[in-house]
Design a protein around this ligand. Structure first.
Ligand code: CO8
Length: 261
């Protein structure tokens, strides 16, 4: 795997089938400077195209998942420079990854850090994690999905309160709101997230990709269209060898041997 400046990337899990990305810019609490975002999107693309990898985990340090966009890089931006640089469009590439991405959040997930976690497919939080969208306190607003994704997963009142006050909220509150799926003691968070990645990586990759796409469709369309989309994807699974293998293995009382076909 390539060496990156602001992240560490490795293959983890008993079968080395989980791609691990650790944000590694400790001096700035993993603030998402442009170079870090490039490293991150490159590493995700590499794992997405690596057939030995079935799921990806993104984590930070115990102190910070990521403390947001880099405020020092942002201060002197202008409207026209944002347009010409297509600011934040690169980070959005993460959402086109076919493989499930798990955010393992310890410490601060603020601003762009919270948004990065919400771009992932599943969030596991350490018991001391702190979330928030503090942009309003520094004269801007969330720009990488915060207003939209919190509204969709937690409703309007929570989204408004979080985005308009900039107040931090705890892992426990985040779980209650449905933003994170599980809280784990901080020192076990990464190991548990890898286990989750291994569980997903034990499934058929092609079926996992169809399943992820179907769940994501729920956020993009009406219920009737989404149900139709899901049904077509479901029908589509019967064109794969892995569906035959999965059901045959069940009937023969053995574990399946998926092939990504
Ligand atoms: N940008 C740049 N540097 C940062 C950032 C940041 N977001 N956060 C922390 N740092 C730096 C500090 O400047 C400090 O550096 P130095 O030692 O050189 O002064 C170092 O990290 C340690 O930080 P603190 O001393 O502040 O550590 P504390 O433990 O006292 O406080 C906090 C931790 C509460 C997390 C505090 O650092 C903080 O409030 N950080 C800023 C949080 C914030 O406002 N984030 C939102 C940024 S705006 C944003 O994210 C826009 C979203 C658009 C999408 C972005 C996608 C990339």
């Amino acid at each position: 795997l390539p060496k990156y400046e602001f992240i560490l990337a490795s293959r983890v899990g008993e079968k080395s089938n989980v791609g691990m990305i650790q944000l590694n810019r400790p001096k700035a609490l993993n603030a998402l400077c442009n170079a870090l975002v490039s490293d991150l999107t490159n590493a995700v693309a590499l794992f997405d195209n690596d057939s030995s990898i079935g799921a990806i985990v993104i984590t930070g340090s115990e102190k910070a998942f990521a403390a947001g966009a880099d405020i020092k890089e942002m201060r002197d931006l202008t409207f026209s420079s944002c347009i010409s640089k297509r600011l934040l469009e690169e980070l959005n590439l993460l959402t086109s990854c076919k493989k499930p991405i798990i955010a393992a959040v310890n410490g601060y997930a603020l601003g762009g850090g919270c948004e990065l976690a919400m771009m992932c497919d599943i969030i596991y939080a350490g018991d001391k994690a702190k979330f928030g969208q503090p942009e309003i306190t520094i004269g801007t607003i969330p720009g990488a999905g915060g207003t939209q994704r919190i509204a969709r997963s937690c409703g309007k009142s929570k989204a408004m309160e979080i985005c308009l006050t900039g107040n931090q909220f705890t892992a426990q509150e985040a779980e209650k709101m449905g933003l994170v799926s599980k809280i784990i003691p901080a020192d076990q968070l990464v190991a548990e997230s890898i286990k989750l990645g291994e569980r997903i990586a034990s499934m058929s990759p092609v079926i996992v990709a169809l399943c992820k796409e179907s769940v994501n469709r729920a956020f993009e369309t009406s219920l009737a269209e989404g149900l139709n989309f899901e049904k077509r994807m479901f029908y589509g699974t019967f064109a794969t060898k892995d569906q035959k293998e999965g059901m045959t293995a069940f009937i023969e009382k053995r574990s399946p041997n998926f092939s990504n076909n």
